[in-house]
Design a protein. Structure first.
Length: 124
């Protein structure tokens, strides 16, 4: 068995597709309308459609998807440039800061309030 990719439930597929492609700059490699996969294996799926596929019934609760209990982590070598490009278009959690493990990161919310972390690559 191998892990393939995370798949986010999103409320508005077009809004989330624009966020991840236009704001964060991820390249779309598959677009099937209610499912979009980006380069690197990250994917989003229309929440109501995916709910029906997984549970074979309509989602009547309309729960919020992003609940602040999972972080989607991305790396960017030019962190300050990425922050300057992205920050005007998002709800920031915090600006670029140095974490105790020696990495500079910033965090933000996506349109469904999933936590997105963008950090400089660490030398291994």
């Amino acid at each position: 068995m191998r892990f393939v990719n995370p798949l986010l439930f999103v409320d508005d597929i077009e809004k989330s597709k624009a966020f991840y492609s236009d704001v964060l700059g991820l390249s779309i490699i598959q677009n099937h309308g209610n499912f979009v996969m980006f380069d690197g294996g990250f994917a989003i799926h229309d929440g109501k459609s995916l709910f029906k596929t997984v549970f074979t019934q309509d989602d009547t609760t309309s729960p919020p998807y992003g609940r602040g209990n999972m972080v989607f982590y991305f790396e960017e070598a030019e962190l300050d440039a990425a922050f300057d490009r992205i920050s005007p278009h998002v709800m920031l959690i915090h600006e670029v800061r140095l974490e105790p493990w020696g990495q500079r990161v910033f965090r933000l919310f996506d349109p469904d309030r999933h936590v997105v972390e963008i950090g400089e690559p660490l030398a291994l």
